[in-house]
Design a protein around this ligand. Structure first.
Ligand code: PHE
Length: 465
């Protein structure tokens, strides 16, 4: 019996689902604070150049491997070359690790939607509110479970009826919300207690104008590496997700054009998020408000919403809804990769795998939640930052495994199977692959070198060389 092809119904469904995976909490909180911290326009410029070169190369590689082999990462590499089967297994580890903590963060976002819906914004703006929430024994688990259940239900319905249908509703909605909130924050004006008046447009200048003060070669390198690791995380590359989504794409879809649209969507949302958050925080707290990490989203922004007055609550609901949508479509892509890989390995049904992986994820995420109470510790990571359990998982997946996998993938494609293998797939639909020369150069030379540097830098190994 011939198996029915499982997949997206067309180009739009594919682009919106892949963009759904790419656009996540990374775009909305990580990108803006990196931009604010790394010299505004300098970071933006570096990031844009990297998207068009490295981002494009890695995304093309993943999607083309998926479509050409029609397999998940776990089997794709082995199918192409038996000696590289290990790379598939290594790649599978990334979504498996990310799944443990992404649903915890998703739960935090859901909690804040509930906070603003039930009109508790004033309490959330108090110091210590966020910490007392995440250290509580039960509440973070409950919100995590709600988030995980929704993720599982969408994956349970399958690629076209679940993921694609959900992405087609949510992604345009997300765009609409982000444009609306950005226009609103840019039109704001606030007089601080000391009488200084700050406007949204001044904030936009802080964000867009390159700030070269104190720029040294070392600082520029730091910005480059920040932008590079942000790019990986943001495009969901080198973790098997885009290989899985690529395997669901029909042979007659123009991959070049689809990839361009995914890049555009992901970068557009990140740029807009920056244009919304940097000025908003600047207006109400000046440049000191741009904290890094989750505290920007869950500590600084609630204060900003409170200071906005009567409009604050509506804007906060729109903001956290948007973040919730973004997080949900990303978490769906992580779970889909796990479910689809396990279905292939264990030859079993989607239904069964959704249940099993849902349960395992719930257990693992519960342990991560306890990282803020029962299992609390403070570790120093090799890259110098303080970490709790969640950060350790984030570090292993994003700072350790992802650059390593990217490096190996570049060596594999660039030198073992050769770039032509990918270019052929890009042209398989009869459309031309205009960036093929750039692709070949990037995958053979530029990308492996930079990935190796990134790996050495983020693991702290570079210091010993
Ligand atoms: N790309 C998503 C973001 O920017 C994060 C993500 C990571 C999604 C890993 C899927 C897998 O937030």
């Amino acid at each position: 019996m011939e198996k029915k092809h499982v997949g997206f119904t067309g180009t739009l469904g594919f682009v919106l689902s892949a963009a759904g995976s790419a656009v996540g909490v990374g775009n909305i909180w990580r990108f803006p604070y990196l931009a604010a911290q790394d010299g505004g326009g300098v970071f933006l410029l570096v990031y844009l150049i990297l998207v068009l070169t490295f981002g494009f190369t890695l995304l093309t590689t993943d999607i083309a491997i998926g479509r050409r082999t029609q397999k998940n990462a776990i089997n794709a590499f082995g199918t192409i070359h038996p000696r590289w089967k290990f790379l598939g297994k290594l790649t599978f580890l990334v979504p498996a690790i990310i799944m443990t903590y992404y649903t915890v963060i998703g739960g935090w976002v859901f909690k804040y939607i509930a906070v603003y819906l039930s009109n508790q914004g004033a309490a959330a703006a108090q110091d210590g509110y966020f910490t007392s929430f995440i250290t509580a024994p039960v509440a973070p688990m409950v919100f995590m479970l709600v988030f995980l259940t929704l993720t599982s239900v969408i994956v349970y319905f399958g690629v076209d009826k679940g993921i694609e249908r959900f992405s087609k509703i949510v992604m345009p909605g997300l765009l609409f919300l982000i444009v609306g909130v950005t226009v609103y924050t840019l039109s704001l004006k606030h007089t601080a207690a000391d009488g200084t008046v700050r406007t949204g447009l001044q904030g936009l200048k802080v964000y867009l104008v390159p700030d070269f003060t104190g720029m040294t070669v070392g600082r520029f390198l730091r910005i480059l590496l920040d932008a590079m690791s942000q790019l990986f995380f943001s495009l969901s590359v080198s973790m098997g997700i885009m290989i899985t989504y690529g395997s669901y794409v029909d042979k007659n879809v123009n991959l070049s054009k689809s990839i361009r649209n995914i890049e555009l969507f992901d970068t557009g949302v990140a740029l807009l998020a920056g244009a919304m958050i940097v000025p908003a925080v600047y207006i109400f707290s000046g440049t000191e408000g741009m904290k890094s990490g989750p505290s920007l989203m869950f500590v600084s922004l609630p204060k900003v919403f409170e200071a906005m007055g009567s409009m604050g609550r509506g804007i906060a609901i729109a903001f956290f809804l948007m973040l919730g949508f973004a997080a949900l479509t990303s978490s769906v892509s992580i779970m889909e990769t796990l479910v689809a890989s396990c279905m292939a390995v264990f030859h079993t049904t989607r239904k069964k795998m959704c249940m099993v992986i849902g349960l395992i994820s719930a257990g693992a995420a519960a342990v991560i939640c306890m990282g803020y109470n029962v299992f609390y510790f403070e570790w120093m990571l090799p890259n110098g930052s303080q970490a709790q359990l969640l950060d350790v998982m984030d570090y292993i997946s994003n700072s350790f495994l992802m650059p390593l996998i990217s490096f190996l993938t570049c060596v594999f494609v660039g030198w073992v199977i050769k770039p032509r293998w990918i270019c052929e797939e890009m042209e398989a639909s009869g459309h031309s692959f205009s960036r093929s020369r750039l692709y070949a150069f990037m995958i053979r030379y530029a990308a492996p070198v930079i990935m190796a540097v990134l790996f050495l830098q983020s693991t702290g190994l570079g210091k010993w060389l």
